[in-house]
Design a protein around this ligand. Structure first.
Ligand SMILES: Cc1cc2nc3c(=O)[nH]c(=O)nc-3n(C[C@H](O)[C@H](O)[C@H](O)COP(=O)(O)OP(=O)(O)OC[C@H]3O[C@@H](n4cnc5c(N)ncnc54)[C@H](O)[C@@H]3O)c2cc1C
Length: 304
């Protein structure tokens, strides 16, 4: 046991990255450095890392498809589940256990192969299942938590807990946790009567390609849809399609997407978000709330 623990400690030390640029891990391809960046290979490494970093702030990162990391980066440790903890296993007829680092696309493909469903809606969400649980990600009329039976989580002291959906409060793209935690896996149960089919996967993909700028660097929908409205419609009606600040612009294909044209900074994108909020508020008296999470520190003036 002592040997095993010292091997884990050595692996953690060898694989911790310092001052690691987070632009490498976000779909917008922007974001300053993390003081420490760590991608665990398994639960023991994750737990041990947390135990030895209990005194530092922790930020979780999945596939980085719903975060705007500011240019000054993130103090403390960033833990990424992107390349680990990604197994999916069928448990019983209509249930499967999915680890948090699995991609939503892999979950949809697994469901199609194993005749589980309806899970085709996961296929167009480029995030991890951990990110989808955090955001209650959804599309085409379904949301992640519609199918969650239980979750395995780890707290900031490295202790694993098993929780039920009733321990959380969730609504449209919002989940309130009972305490600060990281999702490790979840048990999903799908209704017996429905399955995921290849043709559904194809038609959802085709529909997305038609309406969304999927070949560009974006973070999906920037704003939540206000009640009875679509954020994209309001932004388009405000005449903002194509509007740009620095290297960022409002997509001409879908007005709720902001595109990094290649040289945007986080500051450009955040300024554009605030500009859109200001214009939509003044024209329609609607306050747009971001779906994207803005995290980290702004660059100090001396570092600009
Ligand atoms: C082209 C495109 C299309 C998209 N379409 C959709 C869509 O149809 N529907 C939709 O809902 N979203 C959509 N999104 C947004 C995004 O993919 C989802 O919100 C996704 O669930 C985020 O997952 P992630 O792994 O990328 O999370 P990240 O962006 O890495 O993180 C998001 C939040 O979750 C937290 N987090 C991540 N992993 C964990 C974990 N294991 N435990 C605890 N907290 C964690 C992070 O700290 C952060 O606060 C789209 C994005 C893009 C780029």
């Amino acid at each position: 046991m002592a040997d095993y623990m010292s091997e884990i400690t050595k692996k953690i030390k060898d694989r911790s990255l310092f001052n690691e640029p987070l632009s490498k891990y976000t779909s917008w391809k922007v974001g300053g450095p993390a003081d420490t960046f760590f991608a665990p290979d398994n639960r023991d490494e994750l737990s041990q890392f947390l135990k030895s970093n209990y005194d530092k702030p922790i930020t979780w990162l999945g596939n980085g498809t719903n975060v705007l990391v500011r240019d000054g980066g993130i103090r403390g440790s960033v833990i990424s589940t992107k390349k680990s903890l990604n197994k999916i296993k069928k448990e019983a007829d209509n249930t499967c256990r999915v680890e948090a680092g699995a991609s939503c696309m892999d979950l949809a493909l697994f469901a199609e192969k194993n005749q589980l469903g309806p899970a085709a809606f996961f296929s167009g969400i480029p995030g991890s299942v951990g990110g989808a649980l955090t955001m209650n990600a959804g599309s085409f009329g379904h949301e992640t938590w519609d199918f969650v039976e239980s979750v395995e989580v780890i707290d900031q002291d490295g202790v694993i807990h098993h929780l039920d959906p009733k321990d959380f409060t969730f609504s449209y793209r919002t989940v309130k946790f009972p305490f600060p935690l990281c999702f490790v896996s979840c048990l999903m149960q799908f209704p017996e009567s429905e399955i995921t089919t290849k043709s559904e996967l194809k038609s959802m993909r085709d529909q997305r390609f038609k309406t969304q700028p999927l070949t560009e660097d974006t973070c999906g929908s920037v704003f939540k849809n206000p009640e009875r409205e679509h954020a994209g419609d309001l932004i388009e009606r405000a005449g903002l399609k194509g509007y740009r600040i620095g290297g960022s612009s409002i997509s001409t294909k879908h007005a709720n997407f902001i595109v990094n044209e290649g040289n945007a900074t986080s500051e450009n994108i955040e300024d554009l978000i605030e500009y859109v909020q200001e214009i939509v508020s003044s024209q329609f008296d609607v306050e747009l709330e971001t779906e994207v999470r803005i995290i980290g520190e702004k660059l100090s003036v001396k570092n600009k």
